[in-house]
Design a protein around this ligand. Structure first.
Ligand SMILES: Nc1nc2c(ncn2[C@@H]2O[C@H](COP(=O)(O)OP(=O)(O)O)[C@@H](O)[C@H]2O)c(=O)[nH]1
Ligand SMILES: [Mg+2]
Length: 363
């Protein structure tokens, strides 16, 4: 299982540019709207300070980070939910992502004009949001018709589900994302057959020119919008960071430092996306390799073992578990054990973020 982040936004917002910087996969960037017809998928390693620390402590031959995927989908325009442009395809492609990365244009460019003729990030966000809300309303509408039929036929369970759909519909009609309606776990259960876009976590990327980066009003307006929604906002100098990817790491850092930046926006985007997905990272030390793995919160030890190999899940016996912090303090597995900080856990134990697992299994 892998986690997918869908890059969305209006045409010419810089989505493919940022995708390229993320993956260095070479997706085509062009000044034409709709140039990215098929979604491009990029697998991106997640920067991980804990993994780096494990690397310098244990000096393994191989240090393997965990990954998330980014999808570059076609640009969205007003009317997408009604099938304008590549609307339907667009909406189809983002149904199965776990997170929306909304790229908003905050740069002026004579070669590549804004499709609406002027720079206005707040308006742009409104257009994309409206399409997402309309697309969800349409899905809800269809689902409601089905459920109403069931309720008429006397199916009791249908009534509770219908009540949830109506609650969400009312919210969407007021412009509130399904995600922000404070739905309970049982209510969310009822939405499992209704793949809503506004139920997904979302973060904004401000794709900035250097001028905007240095206190421009468009960037500021977008910052206010994101703050009001309590959504994370990552500033990126899109075209510049895409070019930077071609330089060696130390030269990149030097360049960014010149702009007053400690790390690249791309770096932050990956980390922020990973954080927002609310996942758990655990580590394994096997032979010459130290490796990071990703599972959802609440994953049991055998399931976590299954991420590594299906045989390890089938033959799971127990795991020796230590905390990253303990390994950092004591310096080696043996010393953690000596200090009594290594615990042995069985099938029902849920893996916690930052744990290092030594899994025992029979073949
Ligand atoms: N000046 C400037 N141009 C950019 C920036 N980001 C992207 N572009 C240019 O804008 C055009 C459209 O970018 P693209 O990534 O294809 O947009 P998409 O339609 O959202 O995928 C390309 O010519 C890019 O080189 C930026 O931050 N500054
Ligand atoms: Mg594109």
């Amino acid at each position: 299982m892998s986690w997918k982040c869908g890059i969305i936004g209006l045409p010419n917002a810089g989505k493919s540019t940022i995708f390229n910087a993320l993956t260095a996969a070479g997706a085509e960037t062009a000044i034409y709207p709709f140039s990215t017809i098929n979604p491009n998928l990029g697998v991106v390693p997640v920067p991980d300070a804990r993994l780096q620390t494990l690397g310098s402590l244990l000096k393994p031959e191989k240090l393997t980070p965990t990954t998330i995927e980014f999808v570059d989908v076609a640009g969205l325009i007003a009317g997408a939910s009604k099938g304008e442009g590549l609307g339907n395809q667009f909406l189809g492609h983002i149904r199965d992502v776990d997170l929306l990365v909304h790229v908003v244009r905050c740069f002026a460019s004579a070669q590549c004009p804004h499709p609406l003729g002027s720079l206005n990030p707040v308006r742009d966000v409104g257009i994309v949001d409206t399409e997402l809300l309309l697309a969800d309303l349409e899905i809800l509408g269809r689902q409601k018709v089905k459920l109403e039929k069931k309720v008429r036929m006397g199916e009791k369970a249908g009534a509770a589900a219908l009540a949830v759909l109506i609650k969400v519909e009312e919210g969407l009609n007021k412009g509130i994302w399904a995600r922000n309606l404070g739905l309970s776990a049982p209510e969310l259960e009822h939405l499992q057959q209704t793949p809503l876009l506004t139920l997904k976590p979302c973060l904004f990327v401000a794709n900035l020119s250097e001028e905007e980066f240095n206190g421009g009003k468009h960037y500021q307006a977008l910052q206010e919008l994101a703050a009001a929604r309590r959504a994370p906002l990552v500033p990126i100098l899109g075209d510049l960071e895409a070019e930077l990817q071609e330089l060696p790491a130390d030269e990149q850092r030097e360049f960014l430092a010149g702009l007053g930046l400690a790390e690249s926006g791309i770096h932050r985007l990956i980390q922020e996306s990973y954080r927002l997905l609310g996942l758990v990272t655990f580590y394994t030390i096997v032979g010459p390799e130290v490796r990071a793995w990703t599972v959802p919160a609440g994953t049991s030890l055998p399931q976590a073992a299954g991420r590594i190999h299906s045989d390890m899940e089938k033959g799971f016996i127990r795991a020796e578990v230590m905390n990253f912090a303990d390994l950092q303090i004591h310096g080696s597995q043996a010393k953690v054990k000596e200090a009594g900080r290594l615990h042995v856990e069985g099938r029902d134990y849920h893996v916690q973020d930052g744990e290092i697992l030594l899994i025992r299994f029979s073949r």
